[in-house]
Design a binder for this molecule. Sequence first.
Ligand code: G4P
Length: 289
Amino acid sequence: MNYQWYPGHMTKAKRMMEENIKLIDLVIEIVDARIPLSSRNPDIDSLAVNKSRMILLNKCDLASDKVNDEWVRYFTDSGFIVLKINAKNGTGIRNVNPMILEACKEKIERDRRKGIKNRPVRCMVVGIPNVGKSTFINAIVGKACTKTGNKPGVTKGKQWIALSKQIELLDTPGILWPKFDDEKIGMNLAFIGSINDEILHMDELACSLIKILQSDYAGTLASRYGIEETAEEAPHDILAKVAVARSCIRKGGEPDTDKAADMIIDDYRAGRLGRISLERPEDGDILNG
Ligand code: G4P
């Protein structure tokens, strides 16, 4: 498959991030709980050096809860403050503010020792497109939104939102670009819809998903589409069965596997196939080669 990412926007996005990151104490990185590694950009680690760090596993409603917990352990062990959230319905959001203070406790203590009182910690949300940055900001800001406006000494035009007396959030998230020089990462990003579908071969993508479901989530396709499914069957044959079961038939009577492929991918993205994680911590080295 040939993946492409809006190359023109990358440099601009990176420059914006570098400029904004200077102003903040804590980087709140949002990832998609279904693919927490593939939906990270590893460059964030050098961009956010010397900052406090938090990872939010968003869309946890779409991923296996058991695997979500494995990821919480994995990132906690790597030194992050981690939370699983559903930004869309607000689950987990109320835990964010206390965890921000926990993540910044050393800075708060340093300030206190220097006699600086009530200086809020400043946070910025970052992540690749579509992980839920805007949804999260809306959820955390809620109705209690107070824009603090421009402040002396802060780059002109930046808006800070007071989340509490102790926490301020930059209102514009930092957009990272996904990295998909590895075929598997590209595929994972395509499954969740972070790559423009027009450049994808949807039948190949659907067959790859079917293969994962056959081995890790056996019975999922059978129960969703009312077909018989075995672990040994070729994914394309299963795709054809789904087409028939859902009356996707071409004019000549052949199963319309293109239509069935779109349907399966769409169902996966919307969570209609259930809570399915596509990465586990033991796949951890895929970003490092
Ligand atoms: P971005 O700023 O990072 O680019 O992402 P954005 O907030 O626009 O969210 C992208 C999509 O993900 C939206 O769906 C949003 O509703 C959905 N989303 C965000 N957080 C969650 C979550 O925790 N769980 C689930 N299931 N979905 C989430 P959309 O289809 O683009 O819009 P809409 O039809 O939902 O309004």
